[in-house]
Write a protein that binds this ligand. Structure first.
Ligand SMILES: NC(=O)c1ccc[n+]([C@@H]2O[C@H](COP(=O)([O-])OP(=O)(O)OC[C@H]3O[C@@H](n4cnc5c(N)ncnc54)[C@H](O)[C@@H]3O)[C@@H](O)[C@H]2O)c1
Length: 250
């Protein structure tokens, strides 16, 4: 059983899907969780669910693509700098499937702002204190799209591939401060993001998975918990696909 007792933790994208499962599992493991999401109602519900199960969770409205919003999130989670966050989990993300040729410049910017610059904004807000503390765990949700590509998700895949490269480089920069930086790549996972795609596409995806099913958000959260805990103290700069064997990238 992973023990995160008292660990001050920020999770983005906690209102739904993988983020919600992550908040619930981390709070159940004893973490003191601040969940940030644009979806205020969903985020509040997640925090209530975590507290009803006996955990500690606070919902904060957050747009990771807006640096002022990220700064306000950081101020709330750290009690205006009085506390240092132990664990950052970047989950928030967004995509819409369409051919690259149809993408407008605005769409391109939005995808990059949320999926690539968003996690960078969040890490930038909390990292100086982690460095000063010589401790910390950073876990980002990328995607198998970022490892092997994905039809109709070209810009998103570029952003998620960027998250992988960001993870590895940051891991090198922060290892001397005993900070672990890793990322988890879900394959197709049973969340509102995937459910918004056509059923035919979801069936095709499930057939392509060696385990012949799509993943559950809790299965992704389990990998996050490993990277967030002391069980991964000697692991950094790594990428773990949790995708039923769909991708077996080096
Ligand atoms: N579901 C999948 O099949 C799948 C596969 C690979 C990777 N992922 C990644 O997993 C992560 C979680 O996805 P999910 O499937 O749980 O999706 P989801 O849509 O259920 O949840 C994503 C959450 O992120 C929030 N969000 C979006 N933009 C935001 C912003 N700018 N600021 C703050 N919050 C924002 C949304 O409000 C939502 O609550 C994402 O990074 C996604 O790219 C998902």
């Amino acid at each position: 059983m992973v023990d995160l007792t008292g660990k001050l933790t920020v999770v983005t994208g906690g209102a739904s899907g993988i983020g919600r499962a992550t908040v619930l599992k981390m709070a159940a493991a004893g973490a003191v969780v601040f969940t940030g999401d644009m979806d205020e109602a969903g985020n509040t519900e997640t925090a209530e669910m975590a507290r009803a199960a006996g955990g500690s969770a606070t919902a904060v409205t957050l747009d990771i693509s807006d640096r002022a919003s990220v700064a306000a999130f950081a101020a709330t989670a750290t009690d205006d700098g009085a506390k240092t966050v132990d664990i950052i989990v970047n989950v928030a993300g967004w995509d819409r499937i369409q051919p690259f040729l149809d993408a407008t410049p605005e769409f391109m910017d939005k995808i990059l702002d949320i999926n690539l610059k968003g996690p960078m904004n969040v890490v930038k807000a909390f990292l100086p204190d982690m460095v000063a503390a010589n401790a910390g765990k950073i876990v980002s949700i990328s995607s198998d799209a970022g490892r092997v590509g994905s039809m109709g998700e070209t810009i998103y895949a570029g952003a998620k591939g960027g998250v992988i490269a960001f993870t590895k480089s940051l891991a090198r920069e922060t290892a001397r401060h005993k900070i672990n930086v890793n990322c988890v790549c879900p394959g197709p996972t049973n969340t509102p993001l995937l459910m918004s795609q056509p059923e035919s596409m979801r069936e095709k995806l499930a057939r392509a998975v060696p385990f012949r099913r799509i993943g559950e958000p809790e299965e992704i959260a389990d990998a996050v918990l490993f990277f967030a805990s002391n069980m991964s103290d000697y692991v950094t700069g790594q990428v773990l696909s949790v995708s039923g064997g769909l991708t077996m990238a080096d």
